[in-house]
Design a protein around this ligand. Structure first.
Ligand SMILES: Cc1ncc(COP(=O)(O)O)c(C=O)c1O
Length: 393
């Protein structure tokens, strides 16, 4: 009880309705509170804990790195094994031209770096992003956010940002030669996990190439297996010029990255040199966790099982109060009647031991984005609890 009061008193709050689980430990797909109550975690730190909690491969990698060294120098000066391994691994799994990585600490920093890189390359001002997009909360990412109500009390933000409609062809007419970059999420993380149409992305790619606009994919949520592919761009095959990663990349540790061609990245080192600086970006302990995440995902064929896990959710989530299920892979949005039913649902599900969450922009949907390692039994058990809760809502 005193923890709750202290949390509300001493830690800055971002809403009036935090979930307030008093976390004692977390293992696999379970989070335990201070009373040892077990919760099945269907949110995974909002698409971050790719391998679930306390995965042995991550614990081992982190401990081994801690025994060697933690932070030794700002980004880009010393050669450190784990950041290097991670950059090589990303080059291996991304398209050939995305072969050079800049490591940061978070998703929003990856977006900031990507926007800067595009501006530095083509010396243009305008940044295009989509309505209902969420790219982070720092000034540049917030300027790109596709929701004015989230921005207006924080103005002035960065000028020359414009939003277009997701999956809308007409709005692509704004992609002219004044545009520096266009930022697209292959699947929108803040709506109901709407998936970008292949035809739309192809058209964007065509215009970007013609007008020398940098196409940036925000794969901060789609990256590292969540859609059933290693990266979200693989859903369409349409490749970006810069890709931003974070969340699931660290398997529960804080990390971000923007990746582009070696030629593009070289802009950051000249005129001025030190064009983008970070102290902790590419922290060796976080990189060790990221390398372990990618190795474990690939060697255990975890991504290959994502689609069958989605199908199991769909099979067991049939209920009269569910209007529709949206999304792709283990990005599942359950549409209910309205915002009130969603709020009620999330709280009641928590009482019954299942963690679900909201969407920033779509208030009629419940977010399900469990660890990719969730077991078939836990899917069936959590769906049965969800249906019980729905009976009550
Ligand atoms: C698609 C997307 N982009 C960017 C971000 C920002 O990432 P971070 O919270 O690590 O800054 C998020 C976080 O939710 C996200 O979902």
């Amino acid at each position: 009880m005193s923890n709750k009061n202290d949390f509300l008193k001493y830690q800055a709050q971002i809403s009036k309705t935090p979930l307030l689980i008093n976390v004692k430990k977390a293992i696999g797909s379970y989070v335990y509170d201070d009373n040892n109550k077990r919760y099945i975690d269907l949110v995974a730190g909002v698409s971050s804990c790719t391998l679930g909690h306390s995965h042995p491969s991550i614990i081992k990698a982190v401990k081994e790195q801690l025994d060697l060294h933690t932070h030794v120098m700002v980004y880009g000066e010393f050669i450190q094994q784990k950041p290097l391994e991670l950059a090589i691994l990303l080059a291996k799994y991304l398209p050939v031209k995305l072969n050079c990585t800049y490591l940061v600490n978070s998703g929003t920093e990856a977006i900031e770096g990507a926007i800067k890189l595009a501006k530095r390359k083509n010396r243009r001002k305008t940044v295009i992003s989509c309505f209902n997009s969420y790219h982070g909360s720092t000034q540049g990412s917030l300027s790109a956010m596709g929701a004015n109500y989230m921005k207006k009390n924080y103005e002035p933000l960065i000028p020359h940002h414009r939003n277009i409609r997701y999956n809308n062809f007409q709005d692509l007419s704004v992609l002219d030669k004044d545009v520096s970059s266009v930022i697209i999420e292959p699947v929108q993380g803040g709506t109901n996990f709407e998936v970008a149409q292949k035809k739309w992305l192809k058209e964007i790619r065509k215009i970007c190439t013609k007008n020398s606009i940098e196409l940036i994919y925000d794969e901060i949520q789609t990256g590292i297996g969540r859609t059933g592919k290693m990266f979200g761009y693989e859903l369409s095959g349409v490749k970006p010029d810069i890709v931003c990663l974070a969340k699931g990349l660290g398997g529960g540790m804080p990390i971000g990255a923007f990746v582009s061609s070696k030629k593009n990245m070289s802009y950051l080192s000249v005129n001025p040199s030190l064009g983008h600086i970070t102290t902790f970006g590419g922290h060796p302990v976080c990189c060790a966790a990221a390398v372990a995440t990618i190795h474990t995902l690939t060697s255990n064929k975890i991504i290959e099982k994502v689609e069958s896990k989605r199908q199991l959710f769909l099979e067991h989530l049939s209920h009269p109060k569910i209007k529709k299920i949206h999304g792709i892979g283990l990005m599942i949005a359950i549409e209910l009647e309205n915002e009130k039913s969603c709020n009620k649902f999330v709280k009641k599900a928590l009482d019954k031991g299942v963690i679900t969450f909201y969407f920033l922009f779509n208030k009629n949907c419940i977010r399900i984005s469990p660890p990719l390692t969730i077991s078939f039994n836990d899917i069936i058990e959590s769906c049965s609890i969800i249906k019980n809760v729905l009976d009550d809502c």
